[in-house]
Ligand binder design. Structure first.
Ligand code: FAD
Length: 296
């Protein structure tokens, strides 16, 4: 889940007092917060969440593990999704907390990934950790609707990020093929190079417009599950293809770390999975288009 989730969860679920306490610090960057949703055995299938929070006087006892948590090792706050009522399933049985590490410490173990190495990822563990009642966001069972709104925003923003990443890879390729010569002319004057880069440009521009369409709907206060998922899978896969095309046009130079284009390829691959894998985005969009779910 993306960086936008913590402020959005508080915006949608928090009381006036909670918003006043945390939102200014979050938006100013004084608080490093992340969202902890995914678990070792529950990624696409959030119905299988296992982390629990049991009321205990003025606090909750939290137990469970969360995996692939962006900045999970360095964040000082985490918005945590837990199961509060298994009988209600994922639709109504989840609850959100804004957990402060200084008060409710969690353990963590870093995970190395193929891309986005400017960030860190971790598995974080709550072993009978006490979380004060005032850190509960929105009351038991209120989390699902807010989560769905936040994830649409995240997917649209990841799509925009992917369009930017793919566009950057293409700009690196454009610069290179203008300079590099083969057979007495710049690479840019070969038809094979021009058609490859033109097709990738078309995909990246389409990706950007899909992302902007979803963001426009969100800005005007509407839900956009169809548009956010279309944008998410199309843009992230287009970014992988664009980065790959850029690498191909640059020959061995495209494979060198110095050129920077292989980093776009690795980072774009990461974006395909964050906030829901491509198959899941297709299923969400398909459900919205056809009016019936295909999830098992
Ligand atoms: C860069 C990155 C950052 C992340 N940051 C965070 C974070 O900060 N906080 C957080 O909570 N999580 C985070 N995640 C986790 C992310 O949300 C999950 O990885 C994602 O939801 C997929 O879950 P999974 O990896 O467990 O895949 P799985 O659910 O194990 O799925 C594996 C594969 O099976 C396919 N699949 C699963 N179900 C179906 C189905 N019904 N039909 C067809 N195919 C299916 C999927 O397409 C997928 O390719 C991050 C992940 C990445 C890659």
């Amino acid at each position: 889940m993306s960086e936008v989730v913590p402020p959005r969860s508080i915006f949608h679920l928090g009381s006036a007092e909670q918003k006043e306490r945390w939102l200014p610090r979050l938006l100013a960057g004084d608080i490093v917060a992340t969202a902890a949703i995914t678990e070792p055995q529950a990624g696409s299938d959030l119905r299988n969440l296992q982390t629990t929070a049991i009321a205990n006087g003025n606090a909750y006892r939290v137990n469970g593990r969360k995996r692939w948590i962006k900045l999970g090792g360095v964040a000082n706050f985490v918005t945590l999704l837990v199961v509060s009522d298994r009988s209600q399933g994922a639709k109504g049985g989840t609850t959100r907390f804004f957990v402060e590490r200084a008060l409710s410490p969690w353990a963590h173990e870093e995970i190395d990934c193929v891309g986005m190495r400017n960030l860190s990822f971790a598995e974080i563990a709550f072993d009978n950790v006490s979380v004060p009642q005032e850190n509960l966001l929105g009351g038991p069972g209120a989390a699902t609707e807010a989560f769905l709104r936040a994830i649409e925003a995240s997917r649209a923003l990841v799509a925009l990020q992917a369009a930017g990443l793919g566009g950057h890879a293409l700009s690196l390729a454009r610069a290179y093929v203008g300079e590099r010569h083969a057979f007495g002319r710049p690479l840019a004057r070969f038809q094979a190079v021009q058609t490859v880069l033109a097709e990738a440009e078309a995909e990246i521009e389409a990706a950007r417009l899909l992302a902007l369409q979803a963001l426009w709907l969100l800005d005007s206060g509407q839900r956009c599950p169809r548009e956010a998922s279309l944008a998410k899978f199309y843009a992230t896969e287009a970014a992988v293809r664009a980065a790959r095309a850029a690498m191909d046009c640059m020959g061995a130079q495209g494979l060198s770390e110095q050129a920077g284009v292989e980093r776009c390829w690795r980072d774009a691959q990461m974006l395909t999975v964050i906030d829901g894998a491509p198959a899941i985005q297709r299923l969400v969009a398909g459900r919205e288009i056809l009016g019936t779910p295909a999830f098992v």
